[in-house]
Design a protein around this ligand. Structure first.
Ligand code: PHE
Length: 464
């Protein structure tokens, strides 16, 4: 093993850093939005299927590749299959890392803005809510903020700087240390928020919505959306977990770690539903308000809570955006690390230099994405602005295709003995479900991804 590479110091660090990558805006911002659109519990059930039957096997494959190679996403394929086209999966991963960080930092920047506004009490100064109906003011405030040419850019830059500072400090002193600090904070805040929102008047209605499956809303689009959400939420398919697992020690238990990460990620997503829906229903606002749910609907709820119980309302809104910010940061550092690890290893650059290059490139691309909500609204490619284009390329294309290639690589190409040795730590631990797990990696995940991928892309090409 290359001794100059960093490594995680503890098993707890491994799980918290990987779970930190997984738990992000995808869980708290995107998941409730998709649940709202996709028929509550019906969506959740389909989603769970995708998590454990398809996304988890991809995660396990990434863990096997990363730890066997001890290299960045591209270097890993170069080492394990020199001169073979599998390297395309690694290249797509690093490219995906740049794209995903660029559009993610825009929403993370909005979150930072809302955290600051909450802390300064500005979210309480937007005018009264009458019967929970006045969504107008926050809608306007949100739209004028995101379409402003400068303001959001400042927050994108600040957020990128935070990400940079963690990554530049390295694996143990940066990523592991801050994951160990931020993840417990995040879990405590979630527990607090859930308790609070369950005690809101009328919360039962929201819980019923979450737990009652509405099968009428399940369309093929919802099913496709559930797969995209599962992949995005577990950060699989773009080499992020190849990069992280290249820092795992030989004692790390891959199957157990993957299971823990899947469980923590799913728990946080479902608990976010338990925070958002009871709160939203308690003021009688429709739950499927799309991406405005977190930035438009919730401020109304917080304002209402504030007008009744100022301290609780203030704390609730501040903690909520802080939660979102922590989740975004633990994910963005993992996206950054895909690219930083590649640049520093491939070009033998110092970590600081490599991190600075990634930060600068993503900052520029992030500004493009941010401007696509404002002055560059009309700059489109195939009908999509930069933000949508990057989002689409990563979630609909690079992640499923990368996941497909990685499961094939581990399931069919790599020497079976190497794969089993990685999963059992060279035979020192027994893996009870080895056969079913390998079956998921060899058959269920790749075939499932392929079927869905074709279903998804076919109509797109037919249209264009
Ligand atoms: N899993 C993260 C989330 O849910 C997003 C992410 C995607 C992180 C890809 C790393 C790589 O928000």
């Amino acid at each position: 093993m290359n001794s100059s590479r960093g490594s995680f110091a503890s098993q707890l660090g491994v799980v918290l850093a990987s779970a930190g990558s997984a738990v992000g805006l995808g869980n708290i911002w995107r998941f409730p939005m998709e649940v709202g659109r996709g028929g509550g519990a019906a969506f959740i059930l389909i989603y769970l299927g995708f998590i454990f039957l398809m996304a988890m096997p991809v995660m396990l494959s990434e863990f096997v590749i990363g730890r066997a190679a001890h290299s960045n996403a591209i270097g890993a394929f170069q080492k394990l299959s020199p001169g073979k086209p599998w390297i395309a999966a690694g290249i797509m991963g690093v490219l995906g890392g740049f794209l995903v960080l660029s559009f993610y930092s825009v929403v993370a920047g909005w979150t930072l803005h809302y955290t600051v506004a909450s802390a300064l009490g500005q979210l309480q100064g937007q005018g009264p809510v009458v019967d929970g109906q006045s969504t107008m003011d926050f809608g306007q405030a949100f739209n004028s903020f995101v379409s402003n040419p400068w303001q959001p850019l400042i927050y994108v830059a600040l957020f990128m700087l935070l990400t940079h500072l963690v990554v530049a400090r390295g694996i143990q002193h940066g990523i592991e240390r801050y994951s160990k600090l931020m993840m417990p904070m995040l879990l405590v805040i979630i527990a607090f928020q859930v308790c609070f929102s369950l005690t809101m008047p009328g919360a039962a209605e929201g819980i019923r919505f979450l737990l009652q499956p509405d099968l009428n809303k399940v369309t093929s689009e919802v099913v496709l959306g559930a797969m995209g959400q599962a992949f995005f939420s577990l950060s699989v398919g773009i080499g992020c977990l190849i990069t992280y697992s290249s820092y795992f020690s030989k004692e790390t238990r891959l199957v157990k770690s993957a299971m823990n990460v899947c469980i923590i990620d799913t728990l946080v997503a479902v608990l976010s539903g338990f925070i958002i829906f009871p709160t939203v229903f308690s003021v009688g606002i429709a739950p499927d308000a799309g991406s405005g749910l977190v930035f438009i609907t919730l401020p109304n709820v917080f304002l209402l809570a504030f007008s009744k119980m100022p301290v609780v309302g203030y704390l609730f809104s501040l903690l909520f955006y802080l939660l979102l910010l922590l989740a975004a940061l633990t994910s963005s550092i993992s996206m950054h690390e895909i690219c930083t690890a590649f640049i520093s290893e491939h070009f033998s650059a110092s970590r600081r230099k490599a991190a600075a290059i990634v930060t600068l490139v993503c900052l520029v691309l992030g500004c493009f994405c941010s401007l696509s909500f404002g002055p560059w609204r009309d700059v489109t490619f195939c009908g999509r602005g930069f933000f949508d284009l990057f989002d689409f390329t990563v979630t609909k294309f690079l992640m499923p295709l990368g996941g497909f290639m990685m499961t094939l690589f581990v399931g069919w190409y790599l020497d079976r003995r190497l794969v089993e040795s990685e999963l059992t730590n060279a035979g020192s631990i027994s893996v009870r479900m080895m056969r079913p797990l390998l079956f998921l990696v060899r058959w269920v995940a790749p075939v499932g991804i392929l079927v869905i991928f074709i279903n998804e892309l076919f109509p797109l090409f037919m249209k264009s």
